[in-house]
Write a protein that binds this ligand. Sequence first.
Ligand code: ADP
Ligand code: MG
Length: 390
Amino acid sequence: MRSAEDLQVKGKRVLVRSDLNVPLENGVITDDGRIRASLPLLRSLVEQGGRVVVTAHLGRPKGTPDPAYSLAPVARRLEELLGRPVRLARDVVGPDAQSSVEDLREGGVVLLENVRFEAAETSKDDAERGAFADQLAAFADLYVDDAFGAVHRKHASVYDVAQRLPHAAGPLVTAEVEVLERLEKDPDRPYVVVLGGSKVSDKIKVIEALLPQVDALLVGGGMCFTFLKAQGHGIGSSLLEDELLDQCRSLLDSGKVVLPVDVVAATSFSADADHEVVPADAIPDDRMGLDIGPVSVRLFAARLEGAKTVFWNGPMGVFEMAPFAAGTRGVAEAVAALDALTVVGGGDSAAAVRALGIDESRFTHISTGGGASLEHLEGKVLPGLAVLDD
Ligand code: ADP
Ligand code: MG
């Protein structure tokens, strides 16, 4: 994989696929981590006199322009952080994009409007995606993919456009791949994985792929309840994926899965719901588990102690609500304290680290791409990476 540092960019038009998919609430960015992470490449291209055209997606618009998913707030934040004007094109490959790109000077930056406003971006039809990729490719002399969070997608701006231009991997992609390969190829042991988040179904494949590799798999978050139920415990109204009970039972047979022993059980999914810590095998019928309890935090911390490699994906509880954040905080602190290769994967996990005010530099690496890191760990070929390999 060629790295962006090896490109001669002065005066060239460089199409950069960035991951700027930040969370928004009422048009306000609640976590700008991905924008910040995208700065090093953009700064370097600008400083070298490149003419930079950035393409990115935001949320899941339905393949048509939708003001709710405009990149406008992202463009303003990027401009502030970069300390340079960023011109937002009002369309993706339409007349405004074309004239914005034509007007680009050396060191200038244009951000094309949300690439998912074009249905062709995510089309399953190769010809349709290809025709759109032709239009994107016409904007540039070179292509750099810095959107690790999208490399598992066979999308026009990730996959097809790379086939049409000389291409390279940006620093985020290079860093992610390096660290994932360290996890996959002969990790230092003990190797402990911590998984949480809402659904077992999102992570069942990675659990199956990782289980033979790891020394222990600690499971919290909403997904632990399907495992607890598979052990025969009542779980009240906690999250449950019935159809996965059999699979959870066979994963438990490995003897490597560690489940919480206590949980914070609430009367409803709400920050002001009545809640109490209960044993994990005695959750009242009318309550739902929204976090792992303090004894589980100590148990998980003890299992993490001495680990040399740790991968953590998925919050331990509904950390967005203060009463259910302690489990995630406790596990994050335990991981951060280790003298080990520590990797945090997953958009919500990374957001949790920042929201809880834990110093990011205490981890070896915080991944910007949740789904993509999981698929890499599953051993899948990721289209956006395969296409950069030559
Ligand atoms: P990531 O993005 O890090 O991979 P996920 O998207 O899988 O993580 O899951 C994150 C979400 O899981 C958070 O929004 C969190 O509120 C939710 N969650 C965690 N624990 C629970 C729980 N016990 N019940 C319901 N939702 C939960
Ligand atoms: Mg998530």
